[in-house]
Design a binder for this molecule. Sequence first.
Ligand code: NAD
Length: 452
Amino acid sequence: MLIDMKPADVEKNLRTGKISIAVVGAGRIGLPTAVLFASAGAKVTACDINEEVVSCINQCQNYVDEPGLEEIFEKVVRSGHLKATTDTTETLQTSDVAILSVPTPVSSEKVPVYDFIFSAAEAVGKGLRKGSMVIVESTIAPGTLENEILPILERASGLKAGRDFLAASCPERADPGSIIKKFRDIPRIIGGVNKQSAEIAKALYSTIADKILVVSSPKTANAVKLTENIFRDVNIALMNELAILFERLGIDAIEVIETAASKWNFVPHYPGAGVGGPCLPANAYYIIGEGTKVGYVPYLVRMSREINDRMPIEMIRLTTEALNEAGKCLKGSHVVILGITYKPGVRDIQTTPALPIVTELRGRGAKITICDPVMAGTTFSGHLVKERVEDSVEGADCIVVVTAQNEFKRLDLKQVAKLTANPLIIVDGRGLFRTVEKPDNTIYLGIGHSSE
Ligand SMILES: NC(=O)c1ccc[n+]([C@@H]2O[C@H](COP(=O)([O-])OP(=O)(O)OC[C@H]3O[C@@H](n4cnc5c(N)ncnc54)[C@H](O)[C@@H]3O)[C@@H](O)[C@H]2O)c1
């Protein structure tokens, strides 16, 4: 039994295939985790309610677009170290560890949705063996493991956390686009329900990560995860707010930030077209929700979210102003959106600011073309996504940069201007063309940019 092993033996046993791990939820985060534990030597079963995901794994077809994953994925599936099933409960009957990596999104009312993790915990609990361990990697509010997930596990299993089974939080801090490359280097944060849980979890993760930081409790571990993302969200909001103000004062915010970065304690963050992705737009609401429960609303956190959510509207304002400067109006203009992914180079459009931008522009009568080499050939908000800028901008009235894809950085704006309507109009939500040479009569507006 895992609970009877010494930490040093846990590590050795994992490497020699004597520890079996069930990774529940084999998505963007769960699959790389499953693959890396399998590669370290564990016998891993990915448990997912999506049959397609399960059959992809069992047929050795990688479905998560993450550099470096495919090669290790194929190796561990072929060697028999990784297999998949839809039956979590049955898998748990022969597993030493369950790692929960299911989605924990926020609803349209901005309330954390725990349905997936609660039903995963129920399925895990029903099969949980005495002496095994449950680890939650999903992002959850501090206290959710202790107050909500453990009671589900205990009721479904008839076992007691800390005494009959071990439990810990190890929130995922992966960097999409570099998950595999950075996996070993990003320190893991572990909070156990007791000392033994923390020590055993540390031993397990030390087979796939170089640095493990053990904190005093699961809720502290979850607070660390949320704090680092909220820190980013709030600082981006501050820069967005200053960028809007500085534009009115005729000051270039990006020049200000780059210069302020010369001070030892200034951490540069940049304004932009909006904040997207699975983490930042959601994470603040886990803390806001907990704060509301205990009678303290974290106003700065809430306001920062509102500021960042408002940035697409700033993009619409700039687009309207830029077109007006050329004597055109938004209605009837051909607007080309450059970039729709929430992050450059990552094939993921979750909560991308491109969606409210496209929806609003179209609602105001603009004709939309979308170009994004990372998402080429897909359909976004009813538009076929084109790969090449040259094939997208023919006769365009305005180019709106939402995501700074690498391919856009290489653009020759003089050549682009030959294809668009005259003058070339660019609204830059990422400061992408700020310092690039432009044709003489270009109208260039951007978040954080001032032409004065
Ligand atoms: N994607 C990221 O960049 C990222 C980064 C850090 C943390 N996280 C967190 O990691 C967690 C997982 O996120 P993700 O991006 O991998 O999600 P995902 O949507 O890519 O994958 C989740 C998988 O879980 C499966 N699933 C849902 N309910 C299930 C259940 N009851 N039992 C078994 N499988 C189930 C789904 O079918 C899906 O395959 C979330 O809490 C997220 O906030 C994500």
